[in-house]
Design a protein around this ligand. Structure first.
Ligand SMILES: Nc1ncnc2c1ncn2[C@@H]1O[C@H](COP(=O)(O)OP(=O)(O)OP(=O)(O)O)[C@@H](O)[C@H]1O
Ligand SMILES: [Mg+2]
Length: 403
């Protein structure tokens, strides 16, 4: 396969920033299409173009300088990407795969056709249709905008008929301010409302696979994930208590999806585990994913490196964990604006905690970094990671109170 040496990344958030770190080691050149001159990745990529990723001319002239194009977010209109492909640009993942991460209704239809376990679902056109769905499958139900959602925005738990109008009202406007500096998440144009059975999950899991253009795949150990208010909060890898057979089945499922959709790069499969142990797919992402951030410090090859290897046409790297347990805890904007000062205090007593900061202003609830801890014992490693992120967020006075 033809090697790509200059990789275009569309979107300037923290995922692009962390891809740049991996690109440095691989000797790849990154060219960035960013939403502003000071966004997270623009701070670290010298070859940054500031422009609008929904404008065809902007994207075309950006891509002209690249051997392959990939993404920090999934919101570039597929029409533009099809045009790029026709112009001979390698788009990875391509638009026919990417649409399944852009549109949850398309994703549900395709996964159901492939026989992949999903919650009961239906596209509903009116509040009355949503009520009928709830009456049939049981209340509460989950309603989602098919497009433009992120971090739980665009997802509603609807308890009864009285709440059925709310999701439809949201179709008419943007989904609200985004946590990113860049604002890729609020384009809900073309969205419909997807009704889903409310899954009483015991926990959420995430399976990450990476697929290269020639069809080779690698799969990371399955992670247990905890979301808070719709935002990924913590991951533990490998997922505690998941038996080897179940883990193998989940990895195979994710690999099968990546193959069927023709994904190139990372595919993250978010899953919900039912009380009886069966899993259903929640949604798909086709880019490095928050549930894979543990892999920077905790795996032999990070998801960012493997994503770039796939995009560049390099063989993929091994995905094994470096320690029996790896915990990642997100750092959200809290009361501590001075992350630099906090970092000095954290490292003074916890020098082995791994930290990634995204260069973003600290705003309430915004993802500004993450910490990773690895070791032998799940409870200890989780407690240390939580203590470190609580401290960086300003919710704990010291990072040492984890025993
Ligand atoms: N059918 C369901 N039953 C129960 N809970 C659900 C269901 N669908 C989603 N959820 C919960 O809502 C969260 C957010 O849903 P989803 O991942 O679809 O939204 P999102 O806004 O696209 O999230 P992301 O931040 O991953 O982009 C899930 O992680 C899960 O906790
Ligand atoms: Mg999700």
């Amino acid at each position: 396969m033809k090697r790509a040496r200059t990789i275009g990344i569309i979107g300037g958030g923290q995922l692009a920033r962390m891809m740049q770190a991996a690109a440095i080691g691989l000797g790849l050149r990154v060219r960035l299409l960013a939403e502003g001159p000071a966004v997270s990745a623009a701070q670290v990529v010298p070859d940054t173009v500031v422009g609008d990723y929904t404008d065809p001319a902007t994207v075309h002239s950006f891509a002209a300088g690249c051997d392959a194009v990939t993404f920090d977010h999934e919101h570039v209109p597929t029409g533009i990407l099809h045009d790029l492909e026709r112009a001979g640009v390698a788009v990875r993942p391509g638009p026919d795969a990417l649409v399944h991460a852009q549109d949850k209704a398309v994703m549900r239809a395709r996964l159901s056709a492939l026989g992949v376990p999903c919650p009961d679902w239906r596209v509903v056109d009116t509040p009355a249709d949503l009520v009928a769905f709830g009456d049939e499958t049981g209340w509460p139900v989950i309603a989602k905008t098919s497009r433009g959602g992120y971090d739980g925005k665009g997802v509603w738990k609807v308890s009864d008929a009285a709440g059925a109008a709310l999701p439809f009202a949201a179709l008419d406007g943007p989904l609200g301010p985004t946590e990113r500096t860049a604002d890729p998440g609020s384009d809900a144009s073309g969205a419909v409302i997807l009704a889903e059975e409310f899954v009483p999950f015991v926990r959420e899991l995430a399976a990450l696979v990476v697929r290269s253009a020639d069809g080779a795949t690698v799969a990371y150990p399955v992670s247990e994930t905890v979301q808070r208010e719709g935002i990924c909060h913590e991951t533990t890898t490998p997922a505690p208590g998941l038996d080897a057979e179940a883990e193998r089945a989940i990895r195979l499922l994710a690999t099968r999806i990546a193959d069927a959709l023709g994904v190139v790069g990372v595919l993250a499969v978010e899953l919900m585990e039912r009380p009886d142990g069966r899993v259903v797919v929640n949604e798909l992402a086709m880019r490095p994913h928050n549930t894979g951030h543990w892999s920077i410090d905790g795996a032999h090859t990070s998801q960012f490196e493997n994503h770039l290897r796939a995009v560049a046409g390099l063989p993929l790297g091994p995905t094994g964990v470096r320690a029996p347990v790896v915990v990642m805890s997100n750092v959200l904007g809290g009361t501590r604006a001075d992350l630099d000062g906090a970092l000095a205090r954290l490292f003074a007593t916890q020098p082995d905690v791994r930290v990634q900061l995204y260069g973003k202003d600290v705003l309430p609830g915004r993802k500004v970094g993450h910490v990773t801890v690895y070791g032998d014992d799940v409870a200890t490693v989780q407690a240390r990671a939580r203590a470190a992120s609580d401290f960086l967020e300003g919710r704990a006075a010291t990072p040492d109170d984890w025993r």
